[in-house]
Design a protein around this ligand. Sequence first.
Ligand code: FMN
Length: 254
Amino acid sequence: MIFYFSGTGNSLAAARYLEKELAERKVDITKAVREKKFSYEIGEEESVGFVFPVYFWGLPSIVAYFLHRVCFQEDRKPYLYGVMTCGSSIGAADKQMKSILEKRGHQLKAVFPLVMPDNYVVMFQAPTEEEVEKILKKTEKEIAVISASVKRKEDGRWSKAKGFALSTVMQPLYRNGRKTAKFHAEDTCISCGKCASICPARAIRIEDGKPIWVKKQCIFCMACINRCPVQAIQYGSRTLKKGRYEHPDIKGEW
Ligand SMILES: Cc1cc2nc3c(=O)[nH]c(=O)nc-3n(C[C@H](O)[C@H](O)[C@H](O)COP(=O)(O)O)c2cc1C
């Protein structure tokens, strides 16, 4: 079973690859949380993977929420692994995940970092098409290696102390940040409502044909900004000239 969360398609593309290679079903964490479905039946030989992006060297809030609740039938101790998609580094997000699962009696065997194009346009310029192509060529090779490791149920290597210290500094920025106040739509908005329908936090409502952010905080997945068909959504002035990113294989499909 492959649980996944994705804002802009990277983690979905990785989950799809694993679904095909491992011949295991995938489950959308957003849908599971919405439906409050936390209990799953795992097959005898089945492994359990969690595929999602790294935010501020830690876990997206919705993924942490799900990990705190997910459970399997009592006698089952499946091989548990994580695939963390990231722009460059996962910091000590692996340790954060391990610690949540351990407290719940689950043993996380491995975390595999998977470098993919960076979607954090509030901070960085979106990658160009050429850059995306170059990065994804490497990703293709890396995910094949990851898939082979999962098939062999290999143990992983864990982040070092330095990564842990840095993650400890970064995590409060995510916990106390991810504020929606600066999100807004420009006059170019075509009132299609896509931003509201794709928001995994249900933080957007359409009023008088335009999106408004109705929650103080969201997951900060950047789906609304990156997947708006006319690039009308901005975060203050920080995203004005940053470009947008969505995984090319998934674009327009979801
Ligand atoms: C709020 C936020 C924080 C991020 N923090 C990190 C980070 O700490 N390290 C990193 O390498 N990439 C970081 N990224 C980049 C994403 O992890 C990366 O682009 C990921 O593959 C996006 O996955 P998705 O397309 O499935 O949403 C961040 C992205 C966002 C939106």
